[in-house]
Design a protein around this ligand. Structure first.
Ligand code: NAP
Length: 290
């Protein structure tokens, strides 16, 4: 149940980078159910082919798959030429990323470059390549970029990713202005925790992934359909007056994190725990909780 018209994205041709796995795959599935025409890319052709086969079985629809390493401007140009040979895009979703936890002072230049290469440079190559074609064709379009909370509030131990995503946030706001008169919208989402195999294997190393999420105000992880629905809305004509915005979807994690120390812990206190603390508070004339 999405509440959307089943033809919300009919007539829109959408490229999702890294669309063979994880959140990119979930977004692709939702966009297909809403009538979009889908193109996905990534480095592993077998992963792309498997996703395309799953979608074919489920929806009886063919999607275009293209091998592309977004770190390479030549790869990106060849991919976009291949796409445009069939039909121009209406939407680009910058989703491909690489990230892993590390002590920043121990990162090699190669490791830093690898993360920046995929997230920051890859997104810049795809966005400018698509934008250049839209402007040459005199047509509008929408760019949606998948950021992360750390783009907005920093990300200790994932610093290159936080830097790259903050750069994409700046790109979104800047190009919204520069390309607005040409009918091109740029929007972004900053997700909190949405379990995927990719993120889990590199970000939750050595820790048991809990089904609940004490770090979010809603006390749970996000579900893929929740992110996919937000993204479907943002790339649709329902959002035609929204540009330059980054929408946070994190179950309140940002505000919980920003709350003063101890608030996360207080969420799990029982009424008895609260009573005990209240009784321990020094009595003052105006210190009434009622
Ligand atoms: P994922 O499954 O690992 O997705 C990453 C995708 O990017 C893969 O399909 C991968 O395919 C592709 N990719 C990586 N390097 C590439 C390259 N050089 N060129 C082309 N494609 C490349 O992880 P995910 O969790 O779904 O993440 C998707 C997006 O959501 C990312 O932007 C991530 O930062 C963001 N995000 C996720 C979470 C979360 O909780 N899961 C939270 C915040 C933000 P190949 O390896 O085959 O290339």
């Amino acid at each position: 149940m999405t509440g959307f018209d089943k033809d919300l994205l009919r007539g829109k041709r959408v490229l999702i980078t890294g669309g063979g796995t994880g959140l990119g795959k979930s977004m692709g599935e939702r966009f297909l159910t809403l009538g979009a025409e889908l193109v996905i890319c990534g480095r592993r052709t077998e992963v792309l082919a498997q996703t395309a086969a799953e979608f074919r079985d489920k929806f009886g629809r063919e999607i275009q798959t293209l091998r592309c390493d977004v770190r390479s401007p030549d790869d990106v140009e060849a991919m976009l030429d291949g796409i445009w040979q069939q039909a121009p895009l209406d939407v680009l979703v910058n989703n491909a990323a690489g990230n892993f936890i590390a002590q920043t002072h121990k990162l090699s230049a190669r490791a830093i470059d690898s993360v920046l290469g995929i997230c920051l440079h890859g997104t810049a190559y795809c966005t400018t390549g698509v934008g250049r074609r839209w402007i040459a064709d005199g047509r509008g379009g929408t760019v949606l970029s998948i950021l992360t909370l750390s783009a907005l509030q920093g990300g200790a131990f994932t610093v290159p990713s936080a830097m790259a995503k903050a750069g994409i946030d700046a790109m979104t706001k800047s190009l919204a202005v520069e390309w607005g008169p040409k009918g091109i919208r740029l929007v972004a989402v900053a997700p909190g925790s949405f379990p995927t195999e990719g993120a889990g294997s590199r970000l939750n190393v050595g820790t048991e992934r809990s089904t609940t999420d004490a770090g979010s105000a809603l006390q749970r992880h996000g579900e893929h359909h929740e992110l996919a629905n937000l993204c479907a809305f943002l790339i649709s004509d329902l959002a035609s007056y929204i540009t330059g915005e980054t929408v946070v979807i994190d179950g309140g994690r940002r505000y919980l994190g920003g709350a003063r120390a101890g608030v996360a812990e207080m969420l799990s206190w029982s009424d008895e725990d609260w009573e005990r603390r209240r009784a321990q508070m020094p009595a003052r004339p105006n210190n009434s909780a009622t």
